[in-house]
Design a protein around this ligand. Structure first.
Ligand SMILES: Nc1nc2c(c(=O)[nH]1)N[C@H]1C(S)=C(S)[C@@H](COP(=O)(O)OP(=O)(O)OC[C@H]3O[C@@H](n4cnc5c(=O)[nH]c(N)nc54)[C@H](O)[C@@H]3O)O[C@H]1N2
Ligand SMILES: Nc1nc2c(c(=O)[nH]1)N[C@H]1C(S)=C(S)[C@@H](COP(=O)(O)OP(=O)(O)OC[C@H]3O[C@@H](n4cnc5c(=O)[nH]c(N)nc54)[C@H](O)[C@@H]3O)O[C@H]1N2
Ligand code: SF4
Ligand SMILES: [Mo]
Length: 789
C-alpha cells in the first residue's frame, strides 16, 4: 500500500473525522489496510531522517507505528500496515498527541527537591540520596511496611518487572499497586474468577468473524477509535454484525446499535442475571459444552431464577421487550463477540457483573472460536504488563500468592528466601495503600507515571493526604503534574520515544518501542531510575550478588522471559530480535515456537488446575477468599467456573437531597489527566473545558439551558461546569474526568473546581478492589446563564 493519508499538525481533519475513511469488508475477510500518518506542519516524508519502530501508548489498543525523527526531534508518526492490531490506522490521539505530547516546553528536565516548602532544582545524586537515605532509615527503624509503591499502566514491561523485583525481593513490602487498580483490576479478576488465570481469551480478528457484538459499558467509538473503525468497516460491508450496546448514554457507539440498553447506572448485574435466565428458560444453553467444561451451573440457575425480564426491566429502567431482543440476538447469532469495559468495571458489583459476561459465553459454548470471543478489555497501553510483572497487587507470571510452590519459584529465580517475598496476606490494593498513607503507617510513597491527585476518587481527601508533612512522597513523571506539585522529590522521566522497552496491548500482543530521540535535559528512563535505586540500596541475592544486575532494558526483558516460563503469559519465544522482525507478537509463545495462537482456550482447557491457577477465587458478593481447600473441592481441574452473586444495587442511591446518579468517563479527544493531550493544540481546541451532560427533562425541571454554568455537588465535593443537554438517560448525569488544574489559575480547585473526582466516592468492588468511579449521587443547580443560551 503506497497511498498514505497524511495529516499535518495544525490540520485538524482527523478531529472532525475521528475514524477516518471507510474501508468496508465482509465477514471472514481481511480488514483492509489504511495507512494513516501525521507530520509536523510544513514537513513531507522526504524531510524525515528516520522512522523508528514503536506502538502508540495512548490506549490499550497499542497500534503499531513508526515515529518520524528529524534533527533529533520527534516530528510525526505513521501507522504500520503490517501490524495485525491496526492495519496501518491511527486515531486522533495517536496522530496528534503521541509525539507532540512529549514535546511540551514545560517537560521536567532536572530532579527537584522540596526545601523550605518549595520544590527546587537538584542534581540526580542529591535527589537519589535523599530517597535512599529516607528509605534506609525507615527500613531500619520501622521495616518494609513503611514503604508503598504506586505505579502505572503506562510504563514499559521491563520497568514493571524491575519495580516488582525491587519491591518484593529488595524492600519486601506488600504495599505495591498501580493505577491499573482504577483501570483493569476487574478485567484481571473476572478472568481469574472464571478461568483461573488472567489472559485475554479473544482477539480483534473476532471482529472480522463475528455475527453480533455486545459492548458492555464500553464506549469503543471514543476510547479505542482504531478498533471502532474496524467495527464501522464491518458495519459498512456485506453481512454486518448485529450490535447491542449497554450504556446509560447514547454515545457514538450506542448510535450504531440495533439494540441500545440505556440502563440506570449501577444496575448491570440485574440485567446480566436476566439475560442468563433467558438463555436457560428458552433452551438456548449448549448443555454438552456446559457439562464438559464448566462447574457451578446449579448454583447459577438458583441465582438467576427471580430475574424475569419484567423484574430486571423494573430495576434497570428498561423495556422488558428490549431485554428479550438482546437475549435473542445473543442466542441466535452463531458467533458473538463481547467487549467489557469501565461501564462495568467502575460500576457497583463490578467483578460479579463482568463474570456474568463470561458466563453468557460459557452457557453458549462460545469461547476460543473465531468470532465467538470475550474481550475483558484493558484501558491503558501497558496495564497488561503491570498485571503480568506484578508491580501491582499480583505476583509475576500470574502466580498465585496463596500457593507456596509459586512463591518458591520466585524465590529461586531471585535468589532470596521465600519468606522475604510478602505473601502472608492479600497484597495491598491502591485504595488501602492510600489509606495507610493517610493513617501514617506508610510514610514513604513512591508514585511513578500516574497522577492520583486528579485520578483517584474523592480528591479533597487525596490532596490532603499527599501533602501531609510526615509522608515522604517521590513522584516520577514527564511533567510537573498536580501530584508532582505535592511531592518531596520529583524525578524527571524519559518517556515514549525516548527509551526502549516492550509493552503488551489488550489482546496479548507485544510490541517493541525503540528509543528514537534523547530525553530532554537530564530526564532518565524509569528503568534506569529503578536500577539506580536498587543499586544504591544495596539489594542483594542470598549469594551476595546484586538483585537486579541488569545493564539495560534487554537484560530486564530476558530476566522477565525466565520468570514467565511455563506460565500462561509465556514470553520465552519472543525476543527483541523477533519483535524487530514481526510487528506485534502475541503471547504465549514458548521457546522454540515461531507461531502464536490468536485465541486462548480453543480446546476449552482452562488454567483452573489448583496447582497452576493464579487465584483460588472469591465470593463475588463479599470478596471473601475461597481458599485452597474449598477451591479443590469445587474440582475445576481445567473447567471454567460459572460464578455469580445476588444483585445488591448501588451503594449511594439517589435521594431527595442528591437526586441524580453520577457517572464519569472520557472524551474521545483527551487522555486521562491531559498531560499529553492537553499539550496538543488540535485536541485542546477540540475539547477545551469540562462539561456536564444532563438529560433534557432534568435540565428543564431545573431551569437549565444548554451552555448554562452549573454547580454539581456530592457529599464529598463540587465542580462547576457548563451544561450539555444530551440524550443521557433521565436521572443520570455524566462528567469527563480529564480536567484537573495544572493548566488552571492557582486556587482553581477551591474557586472553580473542574475535576470530576472532587465528587466521586471512596468505595470499591469487594473482589477486584476497583474504585466505583461510575457511582454516587449528586445535585445540580444553575449558577450562571451560559454564553450559548
Ligand atoms: N479518548 C480516550 N480514550 C481512552 C482513554 C482516555 O482517557 N481517552 N483512556 C483509556 C483507558 S485507561 C481506559 S480504562 C478506557 C476506558 O474506556 P471506556 O470504558 O469505553 O470509557 P468510559 O468513558 O470510562 O466508560 C464507558 C461508558 O460507560 C458508561 N457507563 C457509566 N455508568 C455505567 C453503568 O452503570 N453501566 C453501564 N453499562 N455503562 C455505564 C458511560 O456512559 C461510558 O460511555 O479508555 C482508554 N481509551
Ligand atoms: N472519575 C473518574 N476517575 C477515573 C476514571 C474514570 O473513568 N472516572 N478512570 C480511571 C482510569 S481507568 C485510569 S487508567 C486512571 C488514569 O489516571 P492517571 O494514571 O492518573 O492518568 P494519566 O494522566 O494518564 O497519568 C499518567 C502520568 O504518567 C506520566 N507519564 C507518561 N509516560 C510516562 C513515562 O514513561 N514515565 C513516567 N515516569 N511518567 C510517564 C504522564 O505525564 C502522567 O502524569 O484514571 C482513573 N480515574
Ligand atoms: S486507538 Fe489507541 S493506540 Fe491506537 S492510535 Fe488511538 S490512542 Fe493510539
Ligand atoms: Mo484506564
Amino acid at each position: 500500500m503506497d497511498q498514505r493519508t497524511t495529516t499535518s499538525a495544525g490540520d485538524s481533519s482527523r478531529i472532525e473525522d475521528v475514524w477516518g475513511a471507510r474501508t468496508p469488508y465482509a465477514r471472514g475477510d481481511l480488514w483492509p489496510e489504511r495507512a494513516d500518518q501525521a507530520l509536523e506542519a510544513g514537513l513531507t516524508e522526504a524531510d524525515v531522517d528516520r522512522w523508528v519502530r514503536s506502538a502508540c501508548v495512548l490506549c490499550s489498543n497499542g497500534c503499531g507505528c513508526d515515529i518520524a525523527v528529524k534533527d533529533g526531534r520527534m516530528v510525526g508518526i505513521r501507522g504500520r500496515t503490517d501490524d495485525h492490531i491496526n492495519h496501518g490506522r491511527l486515531g486522533p490521539k495517536g496522530l496528534y498527541a503521541s509525539w507532540q505530547g512529549m514535546r511540551g516546553r514545560d517537560r521536567l528536565e532536572h530532579p527537584l527537591i522540596r526545601r523550605d516548602g518549595e520544590l527546587v532544582q537538584a542534581t540526580w545524586d542529591e535527589a537519589m540520596e535523599a530517597i535512599v537515605q529516607r528509605s534506609k532509615q525507615l527500613l531500619d527503624e520501622v521495616g518494609p511496611l513503611s514503604h508503598g509503591f504506586y505505579t502505572s499502566g503506562q510504563l514499559f514491561l521491563e520497568e514493571y518487572y524491575a519495580l516488582a523485583v525491587l519491591g518484593k525481593a529488595g524492600v519486601g513490602t506488600p504495599h505495591m499497586d498501580g493505577n491499573t487498580r482504577l483501570c483493569t483490576a476487574t478485567a484481571a479478576t473476572a478472568l481469574k474468577e472464571t478461568f483461573g488465570a488472567d489472559g485475554q481469551p479473544g482477539c480483534y480478528e473476532d471482529i472480522d468473524e463475528c455475527d453480533a457484538m455486545f459492548l458492555w459499558g464500553h464506549n469503543l467509538a471514543a476510547t479505542q477509535t482504531v478498533t471502532w473503525s474496524r467495527v464501522l468497516d464491518r458495519l459498512a460491508g456485506p453481512n454486518p454484525p448485529r450490535l447491542v450496546v449497554i450504556d446509560p448514554r447514547t454515545t457514538a457507539t450506542a448510535k450504531k446499535a440495533e439494540v441500545h440498553l440505556a440502563l440506570k447506572p449501577g444496575t448491570n448485574l440485574a440485567l446480566l442475571l436476566c439475560l442468563e435466565r433467558e438463555l436457560m428458560v428458552n433452551g438456548w444453553v449448549d448443555q454438552e459444552f456446559v457439562d464438559a467444561h464448566t462447574v457451578g451451573l446449579t448454583e447459577l440457575q438458583a441465582q438467576v431464577d427471580e430475574w424475569t425480564p419484567e423484574h430486571a426491566a423494573e430495576v434497570c429502567g428498561l423495556d422488558p421487550e428490549d431485554i428479550r431482543r438482546a437475549a435473542r440476538i445473543f442466542a441466535e447469532s452463531p458467533r458473538v463477540l463481547s467487549t467489557v469495559l469501565q461501564g462495568f468495571y467502575q460500576a457497583p458489583q463490578a467483578t460479579a457483573s463482568a463474570c456474568q459476561v463470561n458466563n453468557l459465553h460459557l452457557l453458549r459454548g462460545m469461547i476460543g472460536k473465531p468470532g465467538g470471543g470475550i474481550l475483558q478489555m484493558n484501558g491503558q497501553p501497558t496495564a497488561q504488563n503491570n498485571r503480568e510483572c506484578g508491580a501491582d497487587g499480583d505476583l509475576p507470571g500470574f502466580r498465585n500468592w496463596e500457593n507456596p510452590d509459586h512463591v518458591q519459584q520466585l524465590a529461586d529465580l531471585w535468589g532470596v528466601d521465600a519468606l522475604k517475598i510478602p505473601h502472608w496476606a492479600p497484597p495491598t490494593h491502591a485504595m488501602q495503600l492510600f489509606r495507610y498513607a493517610e493513617q501514617g503507617s506508610i510514610s514513604f510513597l513512591w508514585i511513578s507515571a500516574t497522577n492520583p491527585a486528579v485520578s483517584l476518587p474523592q480528591l479533597p481527601r487525596i490532596r490532603e493526604l499527599l501533602a501531609k508533612e510526615d509522608l515522604f512522597v517521590v513522584v516520577q513523571d514527564l511533567y510537573l503534574t498536580e501530584t508532582a506539585a505535592l511531592a518531596d522529590v520529583v524525578l524527571p522521566a524519559a518517556g515514549w520515544g525516548e527509551k526502549t522497552g516492550t509493552f503488551t496491548n489488550a489482546t496479548r500482543t507485544v510490541h517493541l518501542s525503540e528509543k528514537a530521540v534523547e530525553p530532554p535535559g537530564e530526564a532518565r528512563a524509569d528503568l534506569d531510575i529503578f536500577l539506580d535505586y536498587a543499586k544504591r540500596m544495596g539489594f542483594r541475592r542470598n549469594d551476595g550478588s546484586p538483585l537486579l544486575p541488569w545493564a539495560g532494558p534487554e537484560d530486564a526483558y530476558r530476566a522477565w522471559q525466565d520468570a514467565s516460563r511455563g506460565r500462561p503469559c509465556d514470553y520465552t519465544g519472543i525476543s527483541y530480535d523477533d519483535l524487530r522482525r514481526e510487528s506485534g507478537i502475541r503471547w504465549p509463545r514458548r521457546e522454540g515456537e515461531t507461531e502464536s495462537v490468536q485465541r486462548l482456550y480453543t480446546d476449552a482447557d482452562f488454567p483452573s488446575h489448583p496447582e497452576y491457577c493464579e487465584s483460588y477465587g472469591h465470593d463475588l458478593l463479599t470478596g471473601g477468599s475461597v481458599g485452597q481447600e474449598s477451591y479443590k473441592a469445587l474440582r475445576p481441574d481445567g473447567r471454567a467456573m460459572l460464578k455469580s452473586a445476588p444483585y445488591s444495587g448501588p451503594h449511594e442511591p439517589p435521594d431527595d437531597e442528591y437526586p441524580l446518579r453520577l457517572t464519569t468517563g472520557r472524551s474521545v479527544y483527551h487522555f486521562h489527566t491531559r498531560t499529553k493531550t492537553g499539550r496538543t493544540t488540535e485536541l485542546i481546541e477540540a475539547a477545551p473545558e469540562v462539561w456536564l451532560e444532563l438529560a433534557p427533562e432534568d435540565a428543564e425541571t431545573r431551569g437549565i439551558a444548554e451552555g448554562d454554568i452549573v454547580e454539581v455537588v456530592s457529599r464529598r465535593g463540587r465542580i462547576v461546569a457548563p451544561v450539555r443537554v444530551s440524550d443521557i438517560r433521565p436521572g443520570a448525569v455524566f462528567a469527563p474526568f480529564h480536567y484537573g488544574y495544572w493548566d488552571a489559575p492557582p486556587g482553581a480547585e477551591e474557586r472553580r473546581p473542574t475535576a470530576a473526582n472532587e465528587l466521586t466516592i471512596t468505595e470499591w468492588d469487594p473482589v477486584s478492589k476497583q474504585p466505583m468511579f461510575k457511582s454516587g449521587a449528586v445535585q445540580v443547580r444553575r449558577l450562571e446563564e451560559g454564553a450559548a443560551s
